[in-house]
Structures are given as structure tokens and as C-alpha cells.
Design a protein around this ligand. Structure first.
Ligand code: F3S
Ligand code: F3S
Length: 108
């Protein structure tokens, strides 16, 4: 899957969400997250991000590698203030802004 890393923090341009054919880019509080279970690796999101925050998991820069697991954690762990993991809800526009970040991002 593709991964959103630190350049998205506090930028949240959201051009990526308009390009994704499966609507799998979800909005946290300070950044967005790609759902690895829903991303079909089409790559359409990568070139439209103005701060180059998006890359395929195997091309994420070494100093950003923690974001690979962290994008997954956004969906597979229970986020602060929630009762259950988001899982694979099948579309970010349907879900709307989630409004919280992972613990890793909260600490940045
Ligand atoms: Fe973030 Fe870039 Fe998308 S700044 S919201 S990853 S277009
Ligand atoms: Fe969507 Fe980007 Fe994956 S456009 S399908 S999140 S590669």
C-alpha cells in the first residue's frame, strides 16, 4: 500500500482524497492516513500531494519508516477516545473526519 508520512502534518492539503478511486484516505486531526487494507496501490494520490508526503511503502524514506506501521495502526488499533478500531469502513467520505490521531502522531 501507499503511506502518508510527516510532511502532511498540519498541512492536510487533501488533494489526495479527491484522486483516490477507492476513497481509502482518512482524515485524522493533524494528518491523513491511508488504509492499507483498502488501498489498491494505484498510485494516483502520490503526484498530487504538494508536499510529497505520499509514497509506496517500500519507497518510504528511512527516517519516515515509522509511518508505515503508523498508517496501519490508525485503522487496526483503538484510537484515543474510541471504542473499537476503525477497520476497513469502505470509504472516507462516508466516515467523515475521524478527528483524532494515532498516539505516535499525537506525540510529535
Ligand atoms: Fe496530506 Fe498531501 Fe494529502 S498534505 S492530505 S497527503 S495531499
Ligand atoms: Fe488510493 Fe493512493 Fe492507494 S490513490 S488506492 S491511496 S495508492
Amino acid at each position: 500500500p501507499y503511506v502518508i508520512a510527516s510532511p502532511c502534518l498540519d498541512v492536510m492539503d487533501k488533494s489526495c482524497t479527491e484522486e483516490c478511486p477507492v476513497d481509502c484516505i482518512y482524515e485524522g486531526s493533524r494528518k491523513l492516513y491511508i488504509n492499507p487494507k483498502e488501498c489498491i496501490d494505484c498510485g494516483a494520490c502520490e503526484p498530487v500531494c504538494p508536499v510529497e508526503a505520499i509514497s509506496q511503502d517500500r519507497r518510504v524514506p528511512d527516517d519516515e519508516s515509522a509511518f508505515i506501521a503508523d498508517n496501519r495502526a490508525f485503522f487496526e488499533t483503538v484510537l484515543p477516545g474510541r471504542d473499537e478500531p476503525l477497520g476497513a469502513p469502505g470509504g472516507s467520505h462516508k466516515v467523515g473526519p475521524v478527528g483524532v490521531d494515532t498516539p505516535m502522531v499525537e506525540e510529535l
